[in-house]
Design a protein around this ligand. Structure first.
Ligand SMILES: [Zn+2]
Length: 464
């Protein structure tokens, strides 16, 4: 067979197992997958993958790049630095969010965000449509339908951030879930009890330093919202997907909801799996601020266990990059604290090191949570997330025996800190391949001037 690229001698993760396979790529897609062979075949390029694991390209189902914070103000990573970090971390597709104001057209928001990102990314990309200001929207179900037809079948709603106009009340949530059911769409929920958090934030703001953050958002504020929205979804007959779950109790609710047959899906993030509240003790504790906050070692363990058992389905970053200077401007008042951390470049490495190497999950489960499940749930599985003939030739090749000491200065993120600074992590990719092209090698972009990323038209979510 004539191929554009052959990945030879590696172990490919297929159907949950690492198997010795040569992979033949033609026209940006996987043309054939065969047992190792020494026969020489024609190929424009051959990658010697002996000793490497060949994973499908990672899909980061939850990223924020160039997130608008106010007039002329944005988060530190734009689409170029953010997707560079993603590419160097093994991510080949990220899904970000639209940014239209509450009540404004999600389709217009989608078009605006595609325009912002197009021609500026190293990886493929898509967006979830924000669904805020439901009561102000004219025929919101029809507006959702237009987004689905435009390739975006997933919508984000919040049960918090009332002051910013993002919070959906129970009626809006129930109506949106019913509309999503009719469209075969999926509502993704940021579940925290906004009113209780607002009360506790006023109670603790300016006191306790950064410890005011976990005090203002205790685990029950997440778990209560997860339980409430799960019941609303069940009553509406719709599936629901919870983003960035942080607490053991939330994972337990998802497990019991699923055990009773409800279509409830959950996502967690590296910071909730592998960081804990001891980080708040240092003088740089505020750098670790995100919402919901990082919690305890017991929560870390419960979340890993839920991923292992298939009770949480996706591990994504919630990447939201700020610089030290941006974070420092909080002045010890959590109401002014920028929430979020860089994570795109370290997603795979943290999941591999703390998950697979530490014996918490199998390699097959890692691929399920980072590639296969996000592909299925987010409507990308026809082309992404799996190593199989016909799929896009997207891969992350890792050397399981290599490790890198994380140094924020060497990462592609446009910031000066990393929550993983100084940690020795395995699983950083030797090669990241997007549609048959090597886009990154050993932490560096291979073609920094070539923005090959494309918007991905997604189909209806597959609810697992
Ligand atoms: Zn987010």
């Amino acid at each position: 067979m004539d191929a554009d690229l052959v990945i030879r001698g590696g172990k490919a993760v297929i159907n949950g197992k690492a198997v010795p396979r040569d992979i033949f790529v033609k026209g940006g897609r996987i043309a054939a997958i065969r047992p190792h062979s020494t026969n020489s075949r024609k190929a424009s390029r051959i990658i010697d993958a002996r000793g490497l694991l060949v994973l499908p390209g990672i899909i980061d189902a939850h990223a924020h790049f160039r997130l608008r914070l106010g007039p002329g103000k944005y988060t530190a990573d734009d689409f170029t630095s953010g997707s560079a970090a993603a590419a160097c971390g093994g991510v080949t597709t990220f899904i970000d969010y639209t940014g239209q104001g509450p009540g404004e057209s999600p389709l217009a928001g989608l078009k605006a965000r595609i325009k912002e990102a197009a021609g500026r990314t190293y990886t493929d990309f898509s967006f979830h449509c924000m669904l805020t200001g439901w009561e102000k929207m004219k025929d919101p179900a029809a507006q959702m339908s237009k987004c689905v037809k435009s390739g975006v079948p997933t919508f984000k709603m919040f049960t918090a951030y009332g002051a910013r106009g993002l919070m959906a009340g129970d009626a809006a949530l129930f109506a949106a879930l019913k509309a999503a059911r009719g469209l075969g769409a999926l509502i993704c929920v940021h579940a925290e009890n906004g009113p209780v958090i607002d009360l506790l934030t006023e109670t603790y703001a300016g006191k306790e330093g950064i410890k005011a953050l976990p005090l203002s958002r205790p685990p029950f504020t997440e778990t209560e919202a997860v339980g409430r929205v799960a019941v609303l979804a069940a009553s509406a007959g719709a599936p629901v997907y919870f983003v960035h779950l942080s607490a053991a109790g939330s994972a337990a609710i998802i497990a019991s909801a699923r055990a009773s047959g409800l279509k409830v899906l959950g996502e967690t993030c590296p910071q909730y799996l592998a960081l804990d509240e001891s980080r708040f003790k240092g003088k740089d504790g505020y750098l670790y601020s995100c919402c919901p906050p990082i919690r305890t070692k017991d929560d870390n363990a419960a979340l890993w266990s839920a991923v292992k058992k298939g009770q949480l389905h996706v591990v994504a970053t919630d990447n939201c990059t700020f610089t030290r200077a941006q974070k420092k401007a909080w002045g010890r008042d959590i109401r002014k604290l920028p929430m979020g951390m860089p994570g795109a470049q370290t997603l795979l490495a943290v999941a591999y090191t703390y998950g697979v190497k530490a014996g918490k999950i199998s390699l097959g489960k890692l691929v399920e949570a980072l590639c296969e499940n996000p592909a299925r749930i987010m409507g990308l599985s026809a082309r992404k997330g799996f190593i199989r003939p016909g799929a896009d030739a997207d891969f992350a090749l890792i050397d399981p025996n290599a490790s890198v000491k994380v140094d924020a200065r060497k990462l592609q993120h446009n910031t000066d800190f990393s929550p993983w600074q100084g940690q020795t992590l395995s699983g950083f990719p030797k090669y990241t391949i997007l549609r048959g092209q090597i886009i990154a090698e050993s932490g560096e972009l291979t073609a920094p001037k070539s923005f090959t990323g494309q918007f991905q038209h997604r189909t209806k979510p597959q609810i697992i």
